[in-house]
Design a protein around this ligand. Structure first.
Ligand SMILES: [Mg+2]
Length: 423
């Protein structure tokens, strides 16, 4: 098969940098406690059901990596130092990082607490070559935070991100426009954005192993194999992905979840977890001035149906409200209703509440379904709750039960609507 002869349509001057901290949480811990340096440090995975959030390079040598169940990490690395981690500290660090990132480009797109895309297009005359900007940024991060950051530079976002991953730890890799195909071609197809394990297995059965194999397929064949989505995958494989670095994108959903210390059947306990999560989700919606129309209840059941961490069946139920809301009581009522109607009688391992169908809040929005006075009063109550949470922390307004719940893992995701964090 012959590669499509379509030349790249990108602006040849386009320069995207991807900056990504190395083993972020673990590195912060090693920086703050000299006794941890040079040792296998594992953040997360401290409780029976916890998951590893970050592993130092010393721990990675044992095969430990993030998202691995804590028990497995312990088996691979029995002498590892397990730390539960402090989200507040990492958020503070993240804020400093993003301040540095923003001093290098007005267009910074945060992907998580420790990584971002920076658009360097057109900055060459002012700031020097992309490589020299990358080296300066790495030096400044090192000097001001004591932490290592790896940097990838390329004409498109996906390639910049793969590049930073390839030069870790503490590296810099620049892929120039003419080098993109040669860089991508030998990589396994799983490195392409959106190619998950299922698509990967299917393509491999057809002998498509490397990104280069994918890049050479005719568009018609790609559609036959993968549907319309195949065209996007083909473009990505050829390095033709020209989405902008977006400093701020409206969120598509908000959610909160927890894993229980022991599987729970008691409806009261489940409902109180629903209330806790609904209030937290609503608080974040209000902080960002959004409302949501769809409420989602997610349950992971305690009964295993297959081996491995994915062996617990997950179900998700959703309901669309007559009008958008940012009120915790409304969200929790809908979620409890979904739980009641699920007819579930199996113990629950994990419970989550989320909202989707997000709309911007319009001030003084008139309600069609609730008397205005009731809305106004509830609005005042929410204002008061937000004020308390601002002054005393989110736990001050937790009405649900905390003892029986734990967070599934520390998240590296940017949680929209929270006070700490890069945005
Ligand atoms: Mg990182």
């Amino acid at each position: 098969m012959i590669a499509s002869t379509n030349e790249q349509k990108s602006d040849p001057q386009r320069v995207v940098m991807h900056a990504d901290m190395d083993a972020f949480y673990a590195s912060v811990e090693q920086r703050d406690d000299p006794a941890l340096r040079g040792k296998p440090v594992i953040v997360g995975g401290t409780s029976a059901r916890g998951v590893v959030t970050a592993a130092s390079y010393e721990a990675r040598a044992f095969g430990v990596h993030s998202a691995m169940p804590g028990y497995e990490a312990r088996r691979l690395c029995p002498d590892g130092i397990f730390i539960s981690g402090t989200m507040k500290k990492y958020s503070r660090e993240s804020k400093r990082l993003f301040e540095i990132f923003r001093s290098y480009s007005p267009k910074v797109q945060g992907l998580s607490l420790d990584e971002a895309f920076l658009d360097l297009t057109g900055t060459a005359r002012l700031m020097g070559t992309p490589r020299s900007i990358g080296e300066r940024l790495r030096a400044e991060v090192r000097e001001r935070t004591g932490l290592a950051v790896s940097v990838g530079i390329a004409p498109v976002k996906m390639v910049a991100k793969i590049a930073s991953g390839s030069c870790k730890p503490d590296g810099l890799l620049e892929i120039r426009p003419g080098e993109v195909r040669a860089f991508l071609d030998p990589l396994p197809i799983g490195r392409i954005w959106g190619v998950g394990p299922v698509a990967e297995a299917r393509l491999k059965l057809l002998g498509i192993q490397k990104v280069g194999d994918l890049a050479q397929l005719e568009p018609r064949r790609l559609v036959e194999l993968l549907g319309d989505w195949g065209l996007d995958i083909g473009r990505l494989a050829r390095g033709e992905e020209y989405s902008e670095v977006e400093p701020y994108r409206d969120p598509r959903s908000y959610s909160e979840e927890n894993t229980f210390n022991a599987d729970i059947s008691d409806r009261e306990v489940l409902n109180s977890a629903i209330i806790t999560h609904s209030e937290a989700v609503a608080r974040r919606l209000r902080a960002d001035r959004f409302r949501a129309r769809t409420v989602v209840l997610k349950l992971k059941l305690g009964k295993r149906t297959a081996s491995g961490p994915r062996g617990y069946p997950t179900l998700s139920r959703r309901v669309t409200l007559p009008e958008a809301t940012d009120d915790g009581a409304t969200i929790s009522r809908s979620a409890m209703d979904l739980l009641a109607r699920s007819g579930l009688d199996v113990p629950v391992r994990l419970l989550g509440v989320g909202v989707a169908n997000i709309v911007r809040e319009s001030p003084g929005q008139l309600s069609l379904f609730e008397p205005g006075e009731r809305n106004a009063r509830r609005g005042r109550l929410n204002d008061a709750l937000d004020e308390i949470s601002k002054r005393f922390g989110n736990d001050a307004v937790t009405r649900g039960e905390r003892d029986r719940t734990e967070r599934a893992a520390l998240s590296t995701q940017i949680k929209r609507g929270e006070r700490e964090g890069p945005q």
